[in-house]
Write a protein that binds this ligand. Sequence first.
Ligand SMILES: Nc1ncnc2c1ncn2[C@@H]1O[C@H](COP(=O)(O)OP(=O)(O)O)[C@@H](O)[C@H]1O
Ligand SMILES: CC(C)(COP(=O)(O)O)[C@@H](O)C(=O)NCCC(=O)O
Ligand SMILES: [K+]
Length: 262
Amino acid sequence: MHLLVLDVGNTRLKWGVYAQVELGAALLAGGAMALEDVDQLHQVLAAQPRPHKVIGCAVAGAVVTARVCAELDALGLRCNWISAQAEQCGVRNSYATPSLLGADRWAAQLGARQRVPDQAAMVISVGTAVTVDCLSREGVFIGGIILPGFGLMLKALEMGTAGLRVPEGGITDFPTNTSDALMTGGALAISGAARQMHARLLAREPAGVSVLLTGGAAPKLRDALGLPHQHVEHLVFEGLLCIAARQTRAHLKKTQGRPKFS
Ligand SMILES: Nc1ncnc2c1ncn2[C@@H]1O[C@H](COP(=O)(O)OP(=O)(O)O)[C@@H](O)[C@H]1O
Ligand SMILES: CC(C)(COP(=O)(O)O)[C@@H](O)C(=O)NCCC(=O)O
Ligand SMILES: [K+]
């Protein structure tokens, strides 16, 4: 009864295989590929145990999602693509239009709530974009911010200037070259935004806030963040697992309650 989970972001597709469709199931295998390489997905997945169920979130647009569906189709698989709900897995969504919240942001928050069921939490996701999303102690998503990720900030600076096309630098206290100035600038922009959101959430939730850091570029932020935090590589997967487990349980309840041969 394996579960295949898919997280299709704007830069990479991440996939994982859970041993069961149950909370706390073991993640048996996983990987990531650039969206340009999505045509290799069916080969990659063919080497994995055949899943009983596929669940995913996709925020990279209809064309990319259709390509992923075609790869799954080649294996006879169909994905249940989730969208943000008004309420699910113990989290309530305060977005003005709940379904317009990014499905990956929603899944990450469901994952966060599973990990931190009795405290306020802040999820920092560092991918193509950066999102900083706040969950109250009661499990209400009260709001969050979106800003450009490291790559997009650099791209904007490269495109809008003549002299900023330089190799990747590092984070230093007082940068003395262009590369370090750019990397440190990006890290401080993201960490500064995250710290401000943390201060706001903490003012509302004085009992404490757990900070969870996720996303492919999370390691770049780790040293600059300046907030005690937990790095959770697969927070989106954990939210998807929660949704799949609840759906399976609800389905079993329904079918077991039905008289045989009806
Ligand atoms: N092997 C890799 N290929 C591409 N990007 C990587 C890789 N490893 C880490 N990254 C970083 O991760 C970011 C993508 O993170 P990810 O969470 O997958 O984003 P998204 O969900 O938006 O696709 C890239 O912008 C890059 O900074
Ligand atoms: C904010 C995002 C672009 C983040 O995408 P990512 O960096 O994971 O590729 C994505 O969650 C999205 O398109 N959200 C829809 C708008 C919203 O959440 O308000
Ligand atoms: K993100």
